[in-house]
Structures are given as structure tokens and as C-alpha cells.
Design a protein around this ligand. Structure first.
Ligand SMILES: Nc1ncnc2c1ncn2[C@@H]1O[C@H](COP(=O)(O)OP(=O)(O)OP(=O)(O)O)[C@@H](O)[C@H]1O
Ligand SMILES: [Mg+2]
Length: 256
């Protein structure tokens, strides 16, 4: 594996669920790999894992069931952080290696270095939901130095991939904050044409842009859904068919 790729980390986020976020991510990953890029896709929607379904049948279901992922990476670090032992300042880097937990998509036709590796939410056994729901994110950040661990994880992912695509939790939560605030170079905010979806997405994009002016923010209207001829005619003929995108434009303050 070539190192020091200086890759980009891109989080796909939506304020409301069902916005087509995961499908957009999966398609983007495939297009990038088909253009010779090394891509890591990460399922960080810990409470509702689903990214692996978009890569069937190119991922073995046994791999998904048995391979560790995000929650184990974080839990292993936390376990070690609570030990009172002498160790070098960068001890945490050893725990921030994604490579040990990734599974490769089985498709041999990507050109050049093109590849997609998958990092799951975590092993899907009966302990999984308790592990996620009982996890104390406040303690992780405040007492266990979780920030330095996530920084090291970022470094590791960027070194080993051209693009890292993270599927975030929707809504407002500590888990979504890690994906939208801490990890990405670029934030893709997906939304559908409903008031709640548009206003929620605009709110998050504006907040992040105000706090981190250098963060690249991309707006992605997804799930338009005019797939049948009947609906296509209806949407084309209706004078206000593009109301949603007009609303979305007005919900976003103009930025330089
Ligand atoms: N552009 C699109 N056009 C039509 N249907 C789509 C589009 N994108 C996604 N879908 C369909 O919409 C449904 C939801 O998509 P997806 O799972 O990607 O959304 P999500 O935002 O990740 O949802 P969740 O919050 O539940 O994870 C899926 O059945 C998917 O096949
Ligand atoms: Mg999803």
C-alpha cells in the first residue's frame, strides 16, 4: 500500500434521515474508484448501520458480521487511555490504524490504484447496540483525550487513501458532530425538498461555515424522485416544479 497520499476526508450529512445520503456516498465512492482513486468508505451512522447494503454483493456478509469497525477502534482506545502506565506521547497512534479493520470491495475492474475499502460501524453482534448506546462521548472527549485520538485517526486515513467518505448520523448528536465538525475537510450536506430538511441542512451548513471558514461545504439536493414518465411530465409541466431549489437557495445565505 502506498503511504502519504494526503487524501481528503469528506463527510456526507443530512439533517433528516432518508435523504439519500448513503446512496450518494456509495455512488461517489464507485465513481472515484472507477477513476483510479483509493477510497475508504466509513459507516459512522452508528445507531443505524446501512452502508454495507449499498455494496452488496461485492462485500461478503460474513465479513460484515465478524469484522470490527469504528466502535471497536474507539472502545479499544478508551480502554487503553484509562490505564495508568508510562508510555510515549504518541502511544494513541497505535490505536488509530483503520487498516486492521477494513474490508475490501471485491471488484477487480477498477483501473490503476482504484479500490474501495469499507470500515463498518462495528461488529454486528448482540453486544453492539449496548456498546453504542452506553458509550459516554462526553467522557471520551473530556477525560480520555478523544480529540487527539480522532486527530490521529484522521492522519491515518489521509495517509492511506485518496478519498475517505464518511456516512454521518443524521440530526444533532455527539456522533454527528464528530463527523461534521471534527473529521472532514469537506462537508456534503444532503437534503430533500421538504421545509424541515432544507432548513435543518441550511442551519448546519451555516453553523459550520461560520465556525470553520476554511471548511469546504457542498450542498446536495438528493432524492428528487422523478423517475417515472408520468412524474417526469408532471414535474416538467408544473410551473412551480423547482420551488424546492428556490427555497433552498433562499435558505442559504450567499457566501464568497
Ligand atoms: N437520487 C435518488 N433518487 C431516488 N431514490 C433514491 C435516491 N437516492 C436514494 N434513494 C432511495 O431512497 C432511500 C433512502 O436512501 P438512503 O438510504 O441513501 O438515505 P439516507 O439519507 O442514508 O437514509 P438514513 O437516514 O435512513 O440512513 C433508499 O431506498 C434509496 O434507494
Ligand atoms: Mg443512510
Amino acid at each position: 500500500m502506498t503511504e502519504d497520499r494526503d487524501g481528503r476526508i469528506i463527510t456526507f450529512y443530512s439533517f433528516k434521515g432518508g435523504a439519500g445520503r448513503t446512496m450518494t456516498l456509495a455512488n461517489t465512492a464507485w465513481i472515484l474508484a472507477a477513476n483510479g482513486k483509493r477510497v475508504l468508505v466509513v459507516d459512522w451512522d452508528l445507531e443505524s448501520p446501512g452502508l454495507h447494503k449499498f455494496f452488496r454483493p461485492f462485500l461478503k456478509s460474513t465479513d460484515i458480521a465478524t469484522t470490527q469497525g469504528v466502535i471497536e477502534l474507539i472502545s479499544d482506545y478508551c480502554w487503553s487511555a484509562t490505564r495508568q502506565v508510562q508510555r510515549p506521547a504518541d502511544w494513541h497512534r497505535e490505536y488509530a490504524r483503520v487498516g486492521v479493520h477494513t474490508v475490501s470491495i471485491e471488484w477487480e475492474h477498477f483501473p490503476g490504484d482504484g479500490a474501495i475499502d469499507f470500515l463498518s460501524c462495528g461488529r454486528q453482534n448482540r453486544d453492539y447496540s449496548a456498546l453504542v448506546s452506553d458509550f459516554d462521548w462526553d467522557n471520551f472527549y473530556r477525560r480520555l483525550g478523544g480529540g487527539q485520538f480522532l486527530d490521529a485517526l484522521r492522519d491515518d486515513m489521509r495517509r492511506n487513501y485518496d478519498y475517505v467518505l464518511i456516512d454521518s448520523r443524521s440530526g444533532l448528536s455527539d456522533i454527528a458532530d464528530i463527523c461534521t465538525v471534527h473529521l472532514p475537510d469537506i462537508l456534503v450536506v444532503c437534503f430533500t425538498l421538504s421545509d424541515q430538511s432544507i432548513e435543518g441542512a441550511a442551519g448546519i451548513a451555516t453553523q459550520i461555515a461560520d465556525r470553520y471558514p476554511d471548511r469546504g461545504i457542498r450542498i446536495c439536493r438528493s432524492r428528487c424522485g422523478w423517475t417515472t414518465p408520468r412524474r417526469r411530465n408532471w414535474t416538467r409541466d408544473a410551473p412551480s416544479h423547482d420551488t424546492g431549489s428556490n427555497v433552498s437557495r433562499s435558505a442559504w445565505p450567499r457566501r464568497k
